[in-house]
Every structure is written in structure tokens, then in C-alpha cells.
Design a protein around this ligand. Structure first.
Ligand code: ZN
Length: 425
């Protein structure tokens, strides 16, 4: 066990680097953060155990993979029976670590927002889709196994709508519903200990609120939730990812600044929509005000401001992007083949893509993708796509965007392998 917290400056300091540096510790640690309160960092997921006179309250359980270790770490500290489990949301990294507790004979009450069981049912319908999305997002080529049998989920026995007060051993724990990354979020206010468990609402990066491959996220409601967290006056914020935040003033400032960044994106997007701008015009002008963007905990390491803007567009507008030919578009490979022809051949197109690689990487990616799609039998086209998308991925700080650029690299690598095989046979 680690003793903690240490000095406030140490605790609140940025670890810097990219998302992996900030989140992935590669180890499992348990820190006593307050009397009868332990924060577990299970590689990249944070969860909390509160001991009360009536038993243990767990806020989140981590991943299935980390579950045994998490269970052991907490059981070394306390043998209070597991009384209640609260899930901050139904994602794989937070709500899938209960098995070892149940296997040990514990019979906890399981509490979540009423939308959480619906999420589990959606997972059961979309396991292959989620497996594919996440392998692209995290750059893993083989499919990630996704739960899909009813027995793989820890179904809550108690759900609530807006707010729920728990009384455990004479102590009050307030559960608040929020929408942010998901529509089933809960944050927990342990008023007597002045501790907030924030789930993924405040995670030391620009909120993951625009994910290009996933369902609707909620920037305005996310800002509401952060402002609500800021208002309770917590001394310690225990997050679902990243480091704990200590000190009422720091917590308040981070919550309010992060909320303000989200609000700025929403306002700019709505202003653009109301001005009749088309999507790409809106996206090109989205900017988090510099006085907010300078804060390391708003760095767009996972998601990007313009991806969040796209979610605002999706919420308030339709999907048509403003270009009439795109309404019922010719298939992209067909368009690409035409462009290859007009360019005078794939060599010319690939050469121009390489020429633009450093000065205009976005444009270079279009050209490289047209080459690969328009001339799928051309080694030159795929080599160019690999080079251009690899360079783009390397310069990209948002994990979500990097994953998709690397996906293009892998597709062209696979195409080259297939061409090699064809030639060999
Ligand atoms: Zn998470």
C-alpha cells in the first residue's frame, strides 16, 4: 500500500507526455487517500473503496483483466463485507471487475443509473461492431473480445434517475446522474469525507466527447456535470483515469475550465450552424480559447475539439455535409479511379501526395487515399499511402485520430501482402 496523499503540488502536477504516458502505469497500486478510503489505480483505470460501519462501498470495479489483482489489493486492507457497488458508467474498463468478489461469496447491492442496463443490452447486440471499433481506435489488429452473453454483465439490482442518496453506516453518499462520455454516468459525492468520485467526467485531458466511431456524446451536459462537481467543494477528486486531484480550489478550477472549453466548442458550433455554414467551414474555425487551452489538463490527447463539434452538429443538425454531390455520392473507389486517370496515372498522384506530405498533410492524405483506392493493384499507391498516413499519425497527438490514420497504414500493408501473394502464386 502507498501512503498518500503526498504534497499537493506533487499530486496535482501533470505527468506530461501523451495519453499513454498519462494513463497507462503498467502497474496496479492502492493508495490510502483518506481514513478508510482507498484509491486503486489498476494500470489505467481508477476505482475507489470506502469502508463504512455497514460494509464496503466500491465505486467502480475496473476491467475484467485487472479484477483479481484489484480484489486482492483491497482485501489486504480491509475485510469489511462488500455492501454496495456503484458503477460510474457501463464501459468495459469500469463495470466488469466484480467477478472475483462474487466468486468469494460477496452479495453486494449493485447500483447504477437507469440507462446502464440499456447500455449492456446494446453491447449484447453489437459485440462484433464494438470489437472492430476498438481495434481501430487502439490500433490492435485482431478483434478485441467484447462481452455479449447476459451472464458476462453485472446487472444492477437498483437503478435511479436523477439523484440517489445512500446511507451507509450512518454516512451519506450522494449519487448524481450526468451525461458526458455516456448517457448512463454517475458521480459520487462522499460529503462527510469531502471526496468526489468523478468517473470519466474529469480525467486530466480534453473530454472524450467527440469520438469519431462511437455513439452520441454530450458536451453541454458534460459541462453541466463539471460545474455541479465544482460546486460541492470536494477536497479530493478520484478519477476514472489519470491522477487524483487534490485541493478544493484546484478541483474547482479544473472542473470549471474544462466545462468552459466544452461550452466554447458548443457555442462556436451552434453559431456556425445558425449562420448557415456548412460542416467543414464550422470545423475549420473551432478553437478552444487560448487561456483555457494552455492548461495541460485540457490537452486534446484522446479527442479533438473539432470531433466534439461534430457531435454538436450531429445533435442539432443532419448528416448532409453541404456538398450536393455527396448527398448520393458515387462510390469512393470509383471517384478515386477517375482522379487517378485525370492525374495522368497513379505515379503522378502519389508523387504529388508525397510532395504535400509536410506542407499540407490533410491534403496529402486525400491524394494518397485516392491513389490506394483508385489503383488498388498498384504497389506504388499503397507504399505512398503507408508513408503519408504514417507521417500523419506520427504528428498527431489525439489517440483517436492516430488510430484511424494507422488503420489506413495497416490496410495498405495488407494490400501489399495480398499483392505479394498473388505474384508468388
Ligand atoms: Zn473509462
Amino acid at each position: 500500500m502507498r501512503e498518500g496523499p503526498h504534497s499537493t503540488e506533487d499530486i496535482n502536477e501533470s505527468v506530461g507526455g501523451d495519453l499513454f504516458d498519462r494513463y497507462f502505469t503498467g502497474e496496479h497500486t492502492l493508495t490510502k487517500v483518506a481514513p478508510r478510503t482507498w484509491f486503486v489505480m489498476a494500470d489505467y483505470v481508477g476505482l475507489t473503496a470506502f469502508e463504512t460501519d455497514e460494509g464496503l462501498l466500491l465505486v467502480d470495479t475496473g476491467t475484467a483483466e485487472s479484477a483479481e489483482t484489484v480484489h486482492e489489493l483491497i482485501r489486504k486492507e480491509t475485510d469489511a463485507p462488500l455492501h454496495t457497488v456503484v458503477f460510474t458508467h457501463g464501459h468495459l474498463d469500469h463495470a466488469f471487475g466484480l467477478k472475483p468478489w462474487l466468486d468469494a461469496g460477496e452479495k453486494p447491492r449493485i447500483i447504477a443509473h437507469e440507462n446502464l442496463p440499456r447500455r449492456f443490452r446494446t453491447y449484447m447486440k453489437t459485440a462484433p461492431l464494438n470489437s472492430h471499433i476498438n481495434s481501430v481506435q487502439f490500433g490492435i489488429s485482431e478483434g478485441i473480445s467484447w462481452p455479449h452473453e447476459a451472464g458476462e454483465f453485472a446487472w444492477p439490482d437498483t437503478v435511479y434517475q436523477e439523484r440517489l442518496t445512500l446511507n451507509l453506516g450512518g454516512e451519506r453518499f450522494e449519487l448524481f446522474h450526468a451525461k458526458g462520455e455516456t448517457d448512463d454516468a454517475t458521480w459520487v459525492w462522499a460529503a462527510d469525507r469531502k471526496i468526489v468520485c468523478g468517473g470519466d467526467l474529469l480525467a486530466g485531458i480534453l473530454p472524450n466527447c467527440g469520438n469519431p466511431q462511437k455513439v452520441q456524446r454530450y458536451p453541454e451536459e458534460w459541462a453541466d456535470a463539471l460545474e455541479a462537481i465544482a460546486s460541492v467543494g470536494a477536497d479530493l477528486l478520484l478519477p476514472g483515469h489519470g491522477k487524483v486531484v487534490q485541493g478544493a480550489e484546484v478541483i474547482r478550477e479544473r472542473c470549471l475550465n474544462t466545462a468552459a472549453a466544452l461550452r466554447a466548442i458548443v457555442e462556436q458550433t451552434l453559431a456556425g450552424l445558425n449562420a448557415g455554414k456548412i460542416h467543414e467551414e464550422i470545423l475549420a474555425t473551432i478553437e478552444i480559447p487560448p487561456e483555457l487551452a494552455k492548461n495541460w489538463y485540457i490537452d486534446p490527447l484522446y479527442d479533438r475539439p473539432e470531433f466534439i463539434a461534430r457531435n454538436v452538429i450531429r445533435k442539432y443538425g443532419g448528416w448532409w455535409n453541404g456538398y450536393s454531390s455527396e448527398l448520393m455520392a458515387a462510390p469512393m473507389p470509383q471517384r478515386a479511379a477517375e482522379i487517378v486517370k485525370l492525374a495522368g496515372g497513379v505515379e503522378q498522384l502519389a508523387a504529388r501526395a508525397r510532395e504535400l506530405k509536410d506542407s499540407d498533410p490533410a491534403l496529402a492524405c486525400h491524394l494518397a487515399e485516392w491513389a490506394a483506392l483508385g489503383a488498388p493493384e498498384s504497389r506504388e499507391a499503397h507504399e505512398c499511402a503507408i508513408e503519408v498516413f504514417e507521417a500523419r499519425a506520427e504528428d498527431e497527438i489525439a489517440l483517436m485520430a492516430r488510430g484511424i490514420f494507422n488503420h489506413a497504414v495497416r490496410r495498405s500493408e495488407e494490400a501489399l501482402e495480398a499483392l505479394d501473394e498473388e505474384q508468388g502464386s
